[in-house]
Design a protein around this ligand. Structure first.
Ligand code: DQA
Length: 150
């Protein structure tokens, strides 16, 4: 008999491919590849698998969220990056699928410029973790795993 393993879709939004070189004083030195390695290790320890996506394109992110049912995804961990503050399309995509989403940010968006204080995504997420650097992702993944194992 085939045993099904839970799958989590991890989405990194625009410019997060530049982590490690981009505004290091705000986002730190860790590259996206290193973050993905840490997440994959944590996921393995909990017997879940990850589908990893980084995209600079809103439509590609919307498509990935819309495909969760087809791809048998149980939950979404998302750092929408700049789309946090602008994307009704990503918000609506999350609202349209019937699985939990957790929003994460490396920086504390509430201690930065005013335009970062509003997340259009947060109201359709189970919760948000913001301001702990790379640890935001690890805490976010732990919370996501906890949710799907409940
Ligand atoms: C970010 C915060 C956003 O405001 C910003 O546009 C990003 C990264 C973060 O992880 O701190 O690109 O999502």
């Amino acid at each position: 008999m085939e045993v099904s393993v839970s799958k989590i879709l991890v989405i990194h939004g625009p410019n997060l491919n530049l982590l490690g070189q981009r505004e290091k004083d705000i986002y730190g030195q860790t590259t996206l590849e290193e973050i993905n390695d840490m997440l994959t290790k944590l996921a393995c320890e909990h017997d879940v698998t990850l589908e990893l996506l980084q995209s600079n394109h809103e439509g590609e992110i919307v498509d990935a969220i819309g495909a969760v049912k087809t791809n048998q995804i149980s939950a979404i961990l998302i750092n929408p990056a700049a789309y946090t503050h602008t994307s009704v399309a990503i918000r609506d995509a999350i609202a349209a699928v019937d699985i939990p989403a957790i929003e994460v940010h490396l920086s504390n968006i509430y201690s930065r410029e005013d335009f970062r204080h509003t997340s259009l995504i947060a109201p359709v997420c189970h919760g948000q973790i913001s301001g702990f650097g790379v640890e935001s992702y690890l805490l976010g993944l732990q919370a996501t795993i906890h949710l799907i194992k409940q």
